[in-house]
Design a protein around this ligand. Structure first.
Ligand SMILES: *[C@@H]1O[C@H](CO)[C@@H](O)[C@H](O)[C@H]1NC(C)=O
Ligand SMILES: *[C@@H]1O[C@H](CO)[C@@H](O)[C@H](O)[C@H]1NC(C)=O
Ligand SMILES: *[C@@H]1O[C@H](CO)[C@@H](O)[C@H](O)[C@H]1NC(C)=O
Ligand SMILES: *[C@@H]1O[C@H](CO)[C@@H](O)[C@H](O)[C@H]1NC(C)=O
Ligand SMILES: *[C@@H]1O[C@H](CO)[C@@H](O)[C@H](O)[C@H]1NC(C)=O
Length: 559
């Protein structure tokens, strides 16, 4: 790796001496919420990721939609890893870098990493890296406002990170975990209205409690990142899981989860290192997807800010033997979409490169279906527009909103979706988005992007969901809970499909919005909230198509 890094450095610096330099990406000032502290220390080590241009991303998008659309002849014919890699491998004419691209950090050879001092980075990119502080969290980062690359290389480089991207901390909905004394005391069962247990989910959505047995290779992946405030690693704890299972799923006592380390994460099982989000996600999946093997995919410190960790997850998954790769991946972390910078592509169009790479590579194996949690649109009264979040706004992720109450459920007060400013409305939801926008009339006009990807796609319980965290059993609320619930249900459907000798579902959205798919959902038409978009008959950006019903999902896939 060292040799390779030096080669790349050499290649770029040799070229940069002999070729004209051009600005590759720039911003005029750091985003609000950041202060500039001065030039970064020259001897500090910086790990740069260099992303190369893809060969045929639009072809991959087209194929992905085709194999996921029940109306297509290609439905269910998931692409193999090699087929996907063929679309994203850098084009052969990336010759300037080809000689050194042999040891990249990604399977596709489109992303690689070099560690160097700030002094060297300044020289390499003809810039001056500075030190910036994110005021709210105190988080410090080394960034710059613009950087240069040799003109001859520009069309081959999508972006270099970290440079001008100020991501802010990742958001996971802040879970207030409230201890539930009735549970701890082992007293009489409590109502689903005060404590939502796995049994409540089974009753509300018709989910079976029988153990999935048709395939041990039907893995459900759960992604874990940093905590939203202190940026400490979020770990899922086995001891918490045991207590949770003996309380809520005694029949599953002994079930555990596997650990997959990404970016140097360690599996810290100290009870005080347990994260509420990580515990909730693992307990909810292990406790609902009865018998489906669950893997906790933990992104460690060796990535600048989580977003690239999400890319690394996909490469880590693809590096696993096929039988241990997840068929479903759930994540409950988000960032504000606007925190991800735009770049200018070779044809001069402003494009959101990072999100593109993230979107596609999360989805690219085709064996993975992604159920992303959604933090919702932040409606800040002092802001002039709604702020969409990522990854819910990604059209290749299934975004899950929050619902609550005994059926018929209503929208959770904090469940909020919206419309992406980066991704246009995908064709699978064009009619749904259009009819919702029409129903709004002039309401919120100018505050949201009516031609953007609308999210969430579906909804599930998100209020007072059972959790055991650091030894305390109680409940937590947030759309963070809805995503693992929905992912578990899909994992159980995949188990039945495997049992019937059929392909697993893969990327879900075109199926969900198809006539068969939407019939499997119970529309959520009312809500307990008072501001922002509202739940209404049909698709809406609060609860999507509604809550799932297991038997109707089976019927929709023809089982
Ligand atoms: C990109 O992929 C699509 C879909 O497979 C294919 O039709 C198209 O010819 C490809 N384009 C190039 C330039 O390879
Ligand atoms: C595990 O977490 C605990 C609590 O946060 C911490 O004190 C300990 O140093 C961690 N262990 C390792 C090996 O990092
Ligand atoms: C709303 O945005 C303003 C300006 O960015 C910020 O100062 C304020 O803290 C935000 N309020 C909330 C409730 O997030
Ligand atoms: C609205 O969404 C479209 C489609 O993604 C995009 O082209 C446009 O730039 C967005 N508008 C704003 C104001 O962000
Ligand atoms: C396995 O799949 C078959 C066929 O779909 C189904 O009848 C059976 O219930 C499944 N077994 C379990 C334990 O889910």
């Amino acid at each position: 790796m060292r040799l390779f890094s030096l080669c790349l450095l050499l290649a770029i610096s040799v070229l940069s001496r002999s070729h004209a330099l051009v600005v590759h990406e720039s911003i005029s000032a750091p985003p609000s919420g950041y202060t500039y502290d001065g030039p970064a220390a020259l001897d500090e080590t910086l790990t740069l990721r260099i992303a190369l241009a893809h060969r045929n991303l639009s072809g991959l998008e087209e194929m992905t939609l085709a194999v996921s659309d029940p109306a297509s002849m290609l439905y269910g014919r998931h692409l193999t890893t090699d087929e996907v890699l063929a679309y994203v491998k850098p084009a052969p004419d990336t010759h300037a870098l080809n000689g050194v691209a042999v040891e990249s950090t990604s399977l596709a050879g489109d992303l690689f990493k070099i560690s160097l001092s700030v002094a060297k980075a300044n020289q390499l990119l003809s810039t001056e890296f500075g030190s910036f502080t994110h005021i709210a969290s105190g988080q410090k980062s080394v960034r710059t406002l613009r950087y240069f690359v040799p003109e001859t290389l520009q069309q081959h480089i999508r972006f270099i990170h970290p440079t001008i991207a100020f991501m802010g901390p990742m958001l996971s909905s802040s879970l207030a975990v409230v201890a539930h004394t009735e549970v701890s005391d082992g007293a009489a069962p409590v109502s689903c209205e005060t404590l939502w247990t796995p049994q409540c989910t089974q009753d509300a959505y018709g989910v079976p409690s029988t153990k999935a047995m048709n395939s041990t290779s039907n893995v459900l992946g759960v992604a874990g990142f940093f905590g939203s405030h202190d940026r400490s690693q979020q770990y899922a704890n086995s001891q918490d899981l045991s207590v949770y299972l003996s309380t809520f799923r005694p029949d599953l006592v002994g079930s555990s989860f596997n650990f997959l380390s990404v970016d140097d994460s360690i599996n810290n099982q100290t009870l005080s290192a347990a994260g509420a989000e990580a515990d909730l996600d693992i307990e909810t999946t292990v406790g609902l997807a009865s018998g489906v093997p669950v893997t906790f995919i933990s992104v460690g410190p060796d990535n600048p800010d989580g977003v690239l960790g999400a890319i690394d997850i996909v490469d880590a998954i693809l590096s696993q033997p096929p039988e241990t790769r997840p068929t479903v991946l759930t994540t409950s972390y988000n960032i504000l979409e606007e925190a991800i910078p735009l770049s200018v592509d070779v044809s001069g169009r402003r494009r959101h490169f990072k999100a593109y790479r993230y979107c596609f590579l999360r989805e690219m194996s085709k064996l993975i279906h992604v159920a992303g949690g959604v933090g919702g649109t932040t409606q800040n009264t002092s802001c002039t527009t709604f702020l969409p979040t990522f990854s819910g706004g990604c059209p290749f992720i299934t975004a899950v909103g929050g619902s609550t109450g005994l059926p018929p459920q209503v929208a959770a007060s904090f469940s909020d979706g919206g419309f992406s400013n980066y991704f246009p409305t995908p064709r699978y939801q064009v009619e749904d988005v259009a009819s919702y926008v029409t129903s709004l009339g002039q309401q919120y006009s100018g505050l949201y992007n009516a031609s953007g990807r609308g999210y969430p796609d579906v909804a599930a319980q998100a209020v007072d969901v059972a959790i055991t965290w650091q030894g305390v059993t109680g409940h937590g609320s947030g759309t963070s809970a809805a995503s693992p619930i929905f992912a578990s249900i899909i994992a159980l459907v995949n188990d039945r499909l495997i049992g019937a000798g059929r392909p697993v579902l893969g990327f879900l959205n075109p199926f969900l919005y198809s006539p068969g798919g939407r019939a499997a959902f119970t529309d959520v038409v009312s809500e307990t909230k008072s501001s922002g978009f509202s739940a209404s008959p049909g698709w809406d950006p609060v609860t999507g198509l509604g809550t799932p019903n297991f038997d109707r999902l089976l019927a929709a896939v023809g089982l």
